[in-house]
Design a protein around this ligand. Sequence first.
Ligand SMILES: Cc1cc2nc3c(=O)[nH]c(=O)nc-3n(C[C@H](O)[C@H](O)[C@H](O)COP(=O)(O)O)c2cc1C
Length: 188
Amino acid sequence: MIKKKLAPKPLMYPKPAVLVGARVMGKPNFNTIANCGIISWDPPMVAVASYFGHYTNRGIRRHKTFSVNIPSAKMAKVTDFCGLYSGRKTDKSKIFKVFYGGLKTAPMIEECPVNLECKLVKTLKYGEAEIFLGEIKAVYAEDKYLTNGQPDTIKIDPLIYSSSDKKYYRIGKPVGKAYEIGRKKKQA
Ligand SMILES: Cc1cc2nc3c(=O)[nH]c(=O)nc-3n(C[C@H](O)[C@H](O)[C@H](O)COP(=O)(O)O)c2cc1C
């Protein structure tokens, strides 16, 4: 086996492309984030790494709330737009239909199949990034994206980002049932 040793880069496949929302200067603002992940199931916690200078960060710091909105693949263009233009110069408050939940200050996007309403519990600083650790206080999804009351990945059709070729993808077909197909493997 010959493997090429490449430069150390934070590569991960796949990465989500989500829209993180916060209320900034009295208006909703959304930025595109690929560096986002779940860190705990119970309590339900998410981590979002967003560069300090981003306009969205101001609102998260101020209100201590934010949202993580999961766009579908058909929302690639508008998701990219939110990642190209900063709320500092471009008003992104009217792009989406916005709603609020119990936390009152975490704007969420109606057009996104799934929305996580988060309360900021801790902020870590690493280099130029702020890592916001948020407790998910509520999840919102329309009935059409659910199967047996749970969000359905195929119906959501989430947008995937690949950082090495800087392209958006959509997920493919299921390959097996987790915590199950492994049982069919013969032990070495
Ligand atoms: C596909 C994609 C992924 C991105 N991922 C991140 C990320 O993980 N962290 C980050 O700080 N910025 C990321 N950005 C850049 C911000 O979304 C961008 O700078 C945005 O304009 C900031 O908006 P704001 O200033 O209104 O908050 C990404 C942009 C794109 C297009």
